[in-house]
Design a protein around this ligand. Sequence first.
Ligand code: ATP
Length: 480
Amino acid sequence: MSELADPSPRDLPPAVDGAVGHVAPDADTAAGEHDASMERIVELCKRRGLIFPSSEIYGGLRGAWDFGPLGVALKDNVKAAWKRSMVQLRDDVVPLDASILMHPRVWEASGHVAGFTDPLVECRSCNQRFRADHLEPNAAGEVVCPNCSGREFTEPKAFNLMFRTFVGPTEDTSSLVWMRPETAQGMFVDFAHVQLTSRQKVPFGIAQVGKSFRNEITPRNFIFRVREFEQMEMEFFVRPGTDEQWHDYWIAQRWQWYVDLGMRPGNLRIRDHAKQELSHYSKATVDVEYRFPFAWSELEGIANRTDFDLRQHSEFSGKDLSYYDAERDERYLPYVIEPAAGVDRTMLAFLVDAYREEQAPTAKGGTDKRVVLRLHHALAPVKVAVLPLSRNAALVPTARRLNDLLKPRFDTQYDDAGAIGRRYRRQDEVGTPFCVTVDFQTVESDDAVTVRDRDTMTQERVGLDRVPDYLSERLRLSSR
Ligand code: ATP
């Protein structure tokens, strides 16, 4: 890289302010204090159909979860917010949707066939397998089996985390393919094609959201560590020598994304990787960590991958993946800065962060516990609930008409089951920002409805014809 001339301003990122809180690699991992325990979150997600065990009627499958209607909406909103910030609002990042099954040589070049392994030990009493680095000694310094309390384990053995399958009718080495364990390799092998056809110039990025698969030995903590998950990854190709500035830039950008979507900064931190922790391709990596109820844990890794991947794929494929910089009349293999986030973990962090248990006034003048998800409006699965006071025939046509009017503009839910107070609580606990109630006054006298705000619980009377604009003015449907 030293033979390249000095960078020009076009090669470099805009200045970033230094407000991002870095911590040392060995920072304390103590769990956070939240209104929510993991049990409460899991229970709420199941009860309201957001997330529940996969194939549950057969007893479930460990490390696999299904997302029900509201879970789909929340997950889609997380992905949409990421795409908006990483692609839509930028001129220098383009999207890609690469295939999950790729040529097997991809994974040899990337190092995954040889190196994507975890050390595995087996309990000699119950034969359950665990990641050796996940078994912590207890206060007496002994390592105890979490399943049966056995104390004897086999020696650690390497275990490849990639799922294997076969293409076509024969099952031999010539038909072996891998389920991708990260989306990143799609961006590397398609780099030249995307750069050429999108007419992007370095520095620029390729972004992708999609499923990845890892045969995790110990899936745990609900959707935090699972075997099938989604990733939101972006490979940003830069001129060698400018990589460190771009790394800092992307760390600041990604930090801001979480904060703009309402995550409490005190529950977020940037942890630098120690030298011995770095992946084989990395010059420097940080993790964006969230203070979960179980421990500070990674939401996203932001790595300086150098030119490792493009170099490997050039070598293994025999295709030159270097970039010709016409303005500077230079040819080089770009360096890559990679912010790589998990959709499922991010969604879990937003759920935990938004969960509150509060005392709310009741109609009879007392107080009652209410559970509320104070989700950013952009993330809330339902934006507006339309609630007729009762199923009385005088109210239904107006409530239905209002629902039809709002539906094209916002994600709405029509709910007419049960007492109105109970329906407010139901909407609070899935984070619906506004409830609109149609009552007898609406149809008999004032042509207005009551709009209730999730966070303040204040109620305002709004003319029926003003409701769509009233909601548009108040709903923040994007973070920026
Ligand atoms: P970990 O150390 O927790 O296993 P990792 O460092 O191997 O994660 P990366 O390879 O950097 O993870 O993947 C990028 C992101 O993908 C992670 O930050 C995480 O959000 C998500 N991710 C990785 N593995 C899983 C998994 N098994 N379940 C859910 N999300 C995952």
